[in-house]
Design a binder for this molecule. Structure first.
Ligand code: ADP
Length: 479
């Protein structure tokens, strides 16, 4: 990427100071200020939406093959700037550099996937009931897409949304999370250098104090046809309601409360390996992180013993730019305080501390194992979003499936078993959008990511990801 990471907003193909001054971005590992970034206002949103609406008139008319060429240039730009983007991502988000680089590659994978998938947006020719008519369906882009993205995957979530939107023929206005705007601006720079036409992609950071007004401007604009959001359930509900006034299409990826179940027939070593990834990747700050870990009483003690050994041996906290670090800080004070309170209250209610359990320095929270967790404790009732493993014991399959489903959330679920019939039964019975059977890493561009219940609406990635950005038009010919 030429000339470093920008700090201005990217609106209609130009770098803009925005109308609201600037706001600070911090390194969560040190507390040091990294940059002052343009603070955009609802007026800036209007400018960006007007530009996106104008750009849509021509972008929609390009062929999927022409758009694919642009998408592949974005992928190439992400790959060639991987190191620079991963460095800034680590500095503002705190995740280890290796994970950050992996995330840039993950973002790129969606541009490659949708470059290909965009060319297969088939319609249908349907036999007519009347001899005098011919009937077809075609897919068309919906228009301007507003994309609101979170801090935990600052470029992964942008890539997953933008790639689908652009491939469909939509234009987009992105509002990144206030904790991680620099990675989003680096993405805008990649788009600029890849020759994305002005107005097709805009990136408007704003401070937490403006987020509601900026969000409202996106929801209320009649020129925005679809809103795609990844973030907390509370904000998702607010956006869903607010979009009612203009009947937008809406796609929501919200909170998770993933059950992680270890059955008696499981390979315990493999389940421990899976638990390490499902619980401690990204320091537990993912919506698909294992939240409630149900372990059968016959393998409970062995599982806990091996998990504690793995935590001691494998996890190293520190600044994400240091070699060997795989546990970063919690993103900000608000999230940190929430995690501390939830863990302290659970311990006070009787959870037993096997590892960790007390805050480290700054925003670092140590990998923590709690056993004897019961359903009334905060760590079993709320989304933990941190490196705290909450372990509960169970006896029967039917009981554990019922417990796993006793939540309003339904994003991911994991279980370990050596029994093929049980694998089918439980995979079908879990009320979630994605299931890992003897496997903790399920997310990939080829398969649909999304939840049920209050975990969201719609799918991202896969051949279904384009549906969020297209509508199916029926055309009837009288002959
Ligand atoms: P978290 O609590 O993990 O920060 P949020 O749901 O608050 O999760 O944040 C996800 C994204 O939603 C961020 O880009 C954030 O700025 C944005 N956001 C938060 N509140 C609102 C709101 N009222 N309207 C629009 N976007 C919002």
């Amino acid at each position: 990427m030429s000339q470093g990471i920008p700090t201005k907003a990217y609106i209609s193909g130009s770098w803009s100071a925005g109308g609201g001054g600037t706001f600070p971005v911090y390194d969560p590992a040190t507390g040091a200020e990294i940059a002052q970034v343009a603070d955009c206002t609802p007026e800036d949103v209007a400018t960006a939406v007007d530009a996106a609406s104008e750009a849509f008139k021509t972008w929609r008319l390009t062929s999927p093959k022409e758009r694919a060429a642009v998408l592949l240039r974005i992928r190439d730009g992400l790959n060639s700037s991987k190191d620079a983007i991963a460095t800034i991502l680590t500095r503002e988000n705190g995740k280890p550099k290796g994970e950050a680089a992996g995330e840039v590659g993950f973002a790129g994978s969606f541009f490659e996937w949708f470059a290909e998938e965009g060319r297969r947006q088939y319609g249908e020719t349907v036999p007519s009931p009347a001899a005098s008519k011919r009937m077809v369906t075609v897919r068309q882009p919906v228009g301007v897409a507003a994309l609101i993205t979170p801090w935990n995957f600052p470029i992964g979530m942008i890539g997953r949304k933008v790639a689908a939107a652009l491939a469909a023929g939509c234009t987009c206005v992105i509002k990144p999370a206030e904790d991680t705007p620099l990675t989003a601006l680096a993405f805008a720079k990649v788009c600029e250098e890849a020759g994305v036409p002005a107005g097709v992609v805009s990136v408007l950071p704003c401070s937490r104090s403006r987020v509601q007004a900026v969000g409202a401007a996106l929801c209320d604009s009649p020129k925005v046809q679809v809103l795609s959001f990844t973030g907390s359930t509370a904000v998702g509900k607010w956006l869903y309601q607010r979009c009612g006034s203009t009947i937008k299409k809406i796609s929501l990826e919200l909170g998770g409360d993933a059950p992680f179940i270890v059955f008696p027939s499981a390979d315990v070593g493999r389940a421990v390996e899976g638990a390490m990834a499902a619980k401690f990747r990204n320091t537990g700050q993912t919506c698909v992180s294992a939240n409630r870990m149900f372990v059968h009483e016959s393998v409970h003690d062995e599982f806990v013993k091996q998990l504690a050994e793995a935590v001691d041996k494998q996890l190293k906290s520190g600044h994400g730019l240091e070699n060997g670090v795989n546990q970063g800080p919690i993103i900000n004070q608000r999230q940190f305080d929430r995690l501390v309170k939830m863990t302290e209250e659970s311990i006070a209610a009787g959870a037993k501390v096997v590892r960790g359990g007390k805050p480290g320095g700054g925003l670092f929270y140590p990998p923590t194992l709690l056993t004897g967790v019961t359903l009334n404790m905060p760590v079993a009732k709320e989304e933990i979003f941190g490196p705290v493993a909450a372990i509960l014991k169970f006896r029967e399959e039917e009981e554990v499936v019922q417990l796993a489903n006793a939540t309003n959330m339904g994003l991911a679920g994991y279980f370990y078993t050596g029994d093929v019939s049980q694998a089918w039964r439980v995979a079908e019975a879990l009320e979630v959008g994605m299931v890992g059977v003897n496997e903790p890493m399920v997310s990939t561009c080829e398969l649909p990511f999304g939840g049920v219940k209050q975990s969201g609406l719609g799918k991202e990635g896969s051949l279904h990801g384009l549906d969020e950005y297209t509508h199916l038009k029926y055309i009837c010919f009288g002959i």
